[in-house]
Ligand binder design. Structure first.
Ligand code: ATP
Ligand code: MG
Ligand code: MG
Ligand code: MG
Length: 561
């Protein structure tokens, strides 16, 4: 590709709302442009990287026995009524009507569609198991789209769905997908940690793990230990004591009663999932501190008061709302631990989710949300929270906290969707049973941004080789110089013939501009034909190490090998 006509407009001054490095660098290097809030156009440079990531995903998914298909983004609302999620999913679900006033949604995920397709196509155990996947655009009307591709309203996801005849078979596929995810992220150059997680709006009865790319800008906090296998999203860290024997060894880990997920809590209370909001209670100097951990709410939206007076947090507790964790956590406190609390919130707070926060030492809450301005918290269950420095649950090491970007999640769904949508099969004995399902998501566009968060320096991006937009960046420092241009042209042809994907900077720009752009683009190897071109010498720079070597042009391919 000749850079002269390569459509990759660089940008010197990025907009003030580009807070994260990946957002800034991807705008500056011309990988993408914002079209609307949380909605982006991928420019050629960004598209190339997306294709590389998608190729890795396809290779690994196919290797694992999954089959690619493609489902529609526009989905009939009836399917979502059947699963019960039309209401439960909340305001993140984008809804629209056609000209006949039929109701549709823009798919935020595809459990409903795939389950209905499989229901109509498979009736016998003889046709199972299957595992299908797609790479497709998803829509979620995130309350606060931000950080560029990290939290978009339109984004690219790889989602896979498996259908099995037994729980054991599902557990095996889950393992295979778990391993496949590790391979995919390793090949993309991402440092990820798999953590036990909450199932959120996807739901399901089995286990679930999130894959977290460690990064300061991550919106999730994980509890882990370098000296043990334990790793969990703090959303569930408190309510999944791995070993009840351990009770009493650490107060922080003792759990009397608790629910592994918001769904379990909602079921127990006879409430829809939409009536549960994630929260967590920490104790700081013995004072209970209520933390909303899920949903993209803003501190200013949340007020805590006692049941009878609608006082705001400051008034109710005498303390300012004093910190914010990431974007999706409000930190409020300390809060009295009354038997009844009313949380007054803006209706756009996404009603959620999971394992319910504590009240006082012996109590936890769920929040009864009704998409209205006011909602209600009742005392619900009890547990205490894990804290940094605690011993590990498996007896090894101590707990550390780290921020992570959720780049993927695997879910063991069980029969949640197959029962709701009637995806049954006849087993060996001719008995009708619901299929066992799993689903497995990777945020493709988010992965791209997460890679930039982990691989950059003050000059720009440093692409891992496997997903770099080009293999090589070839620069002619002064295209008016005959020797330089000749060497450049020859190398451009020769390198491409050898299979290298080359970006050729043949522009009539100053050397400084070319070097700056090259560093910004972050292509792994830079080859420059400059003053010594007349002696047949070129300069090779490794973007990652910064190491520069002079090489005879005719020895370049040997050197690169
Ligand atoms: P989050 O907790 O960040 O809101 P999620 O748990 O709602 O994500 P899932 O339903 O698990 O997301 O979807 C699978 C994957 O899709 C996520 O692991 C993430 O990588 C990606 N993803 C989810 N929401 C977004 C978004 N708004 N923008 C970009 N990628 C996203
Ligand atoms: Mg979400
Ligand atoms: Mg999540
Ligand atoms: Mg998730």
């Amino acid at each position: 590709m000749r850079q002269q006509t390569f459509f990759s407009p660089t940008m010197r001054d990025v907009p003030a709302d580009a807070e994260t490095i990946s957002h800034q660098l991807m705008l500056r290097a011309g990988l993408m442009r914002q079209t609307a809030a949380g909605i982006y156009t991928y420019l050629p440079l960004g598209t190339r990287v997306l294709h590389k990531i998608q190729a890795i995903i396809r290779e690994e998914m196919n290797r694992a026995g999954a089959q690619e298909l493609l489902m529609p983004a526009v989905q009939p609302a009836e399917l979502w009524e059947e699963s019960g999620r039309l209401d439960d999913y909340g305001p993140e679900l984008m809804r629209l009507n056609d000209r006949h006033d039929r109701r549709f949604v823009l798919g935020p995920t595809h459990e409903e569609v795939i389950t209905s397709v499989v229901r109509d196509g498979i009736h016998s155990y003889k046709r199972l198991p299957i595992n299908v996947y797609q790479i497709q655009t998803k829509y979620r009307d995130e309350r606060r789209p931000r950080f560029g591709l990290l939290r978009g309203r339109e984004f690219i996801m790889k989602d896979a769905y498996s259908f099995e005849t037994s729980e054991e078979a599902l557990a095996e596929t889950y393992e295979v997908m778990y391993d496949t995810y590790k391979h995919i992220f390793r090949r993309c150059g991402l440092d990820v940690r798999a953590v036990e997680a909450d199932a959120g709006a996807i739901g399901g009865t089995g286990g679930t793990h999130e894959f977290m790319a460690l990064s300061d800008v991550g919106e999730d906090t994980i509890a882990y230990s370098d000296h043990s296998d334990y790793a969990a999203n703090i959303e569930i860290a408190a309510v999944s004591p791995p070993d009840r024997e351990q009770e009493g060894t650490s107060e922080a880990l003792s759990v009397e009663k608790g629910y592994k997920s918001g769904e379990a809590a909602a079921t127990a209370a006879g409430l829809p999932m939409s009536s549960v909001i994630t929260g967590r209670l920490f104790y700081i100097d013995k004072a209970p501190v209520f933390i909303l951990t899920r949903g993209n709410h803003e501190i200013s939206d949340v007020k805590v008061s006692n049941h009878f007076d609608t006082l705001d947090v400051e008034m109710a507790t005498g303390t300012q709302v004093h910190e914010q964790f990431g974007t999706s956590s409000a930190f409020i406190g300390p809060v009295e631990a009354p038997s009844n609390v009313t949380i007054v919130a803006d209706q756009s707070i996404r009603p959620l989710v999971n394992a319910i926060c504590g009240g006082n030492q012996d109590e936890a809450f769920y929040v009864n949300v009704d998409h209205r301005r006011d909602f209600h918290v009742d005392v619900f269950a009890d547990f205490r929270i894990i804290q940094e420095g605690d011993p590990s649950p498996d007896g090894e090491g101590t707990i550390q906290f780290a921020e992570g970007i959720e780049v993927g999640q695997v879910f063991s769904l069980g029969t949640k969707y197959s029962e709701a949508l009637g995806a049954q099969f006849l087993d060996e004995n001719g008995k009708s049973r619901p299929m066992q399902m799993g689903c497995y998501g990777i945020g493709v566009s988010r992965t791209l941004a997460a890679v930039v968060e982990q691989h950059h320096d003050e000059d720009g991006i440093i692409w891992p080789k496997a997903i770099a937009p080009f293999d090589l960046h070839l620069l002619v420092i002064n295209p008016k110089d005959e020797a330089q241009l000749t060497i450049g042209d020859n190398l451009y042809e020769a390198l491409q013939a050898e299979g290298y994907d080359v970006l050729f900077d043949d522009r009539k720009e100053r050397a400084g501009v070319k070097f700056k752009d090259a560093d910004l683009y972050g292509i792994p190897i830079r080859v420059a034909a400059g003053k010594k071109a007349s002696e047949g010498i070129i300069e090779v720079k490794d973007r990652k190490t910064g190491e520069v070597t002079e090489v005879q042009a005719e020895n370049l391919s040997a050197y690169l090998n």
